[in-house]
Design a protein around this ligand. Sequence first.
Ligand code: HMG
Ligand code: MG
Length: 302
Amino acid sequence: MSLPQRVKIFEVGPRDGLQNEPAPVDTATKVELIEQLAAAGVQAIESGSFVSPKWVPQMAGSEAVFGTLTRQSGVTYSALTPNMRGLERAISAGVTEVAVFIAASEAFSQKNTNCSIAEGLARAAELTKVARAEGLDVRGYISVVAGCPYQGAIEPATLAPLSKALLDMGCYEISLGDSTGVATPGQTKAIVDAVASAIPINKVAMHCHNTYGQALANIYAALEMGVAVIDSSVAGLGGCPYAPGATGNVATEDVVYMLNGMGIEHGIDLEKLVQAGDYIITQLGRQNDSGVARAMLAKTNN
Ligand code: HMG
Ligand code: MG
């Protein structure tokens, strides 16, 4: 299959990135990051999560983030919701798109959401039904699609019924999470192949963490299979609190640079994106995990 002409970038830094920061990040900083991302042309920004603050205290302030944000038309500001309580909070905060999340392994499902895969699917189905009835769009995630930190390898065939179940309950798109970044390109192709046997390829998104440095190669493999939605995190922020050792998502800057080189449209201004990444990195006092950003900033700083 040929490469897509246009790719949608689904930015997850303000959620997947900041949920994993050891020090609390204040609302104003989160909002500034989200607004800079929107100003750079990012059209889908996962801006927080309404999970239990006992489980992920970093996201406890998501009401304040959504309440403070100046929303641009044409930009979707979404949030992760694990249960009905989370959905109610999201609706009260004026969120128009939420995401449900399940796992491909029983062990990860228990660690991340304290329930079995079947219970997770049932929760997601109930939530999705209510959210759709309220006029919200719902995205679905499957975590640990390539390997589970507690249980080991995942058979790609197990992903087909899970993807179909999420799509059938009303999710508009299924994001395949390589939560610990263990996949390699051949494995990514096997994963996409298995999922595409159950749902249309235009409903599939890739969500690659870059722990083993394979994310861009995996994304290229997925693009070759016809996947045209890529999750990424500015400056490579992130990880998952329940996936030990997992580092950030693939850096948005690195994906955008690669797409630019291949002549694939995405609508994002790379210079402004790098500035947004530099902003949050400076606030957090941590290193920028985007090679592209480091290279571009080194040029402008000299
Ligand atoms: P639980 O402990 O089984 O639930 O957690 P519970 O119903 O017994 O609630 C425990 C306490 O939390 C109670 O408070 C609830 O009220 C409260 P208490 O009575 O003890 O004072 N609570 C809530 N508070 C606010 N908002 C809520 C909420 N729900 C319960 N929504 C639960 C079950 C699912 C809630 C918990 O396991 C949870 O929040 N898990 C989310 C963990 C998480 O956020 N993980 C990271 C995101 S997923 C990810 O990063 C992967 C992804 O990026 C893709 C990939 O990379 O693979 C998406
Ligand atoms: Mg993730």
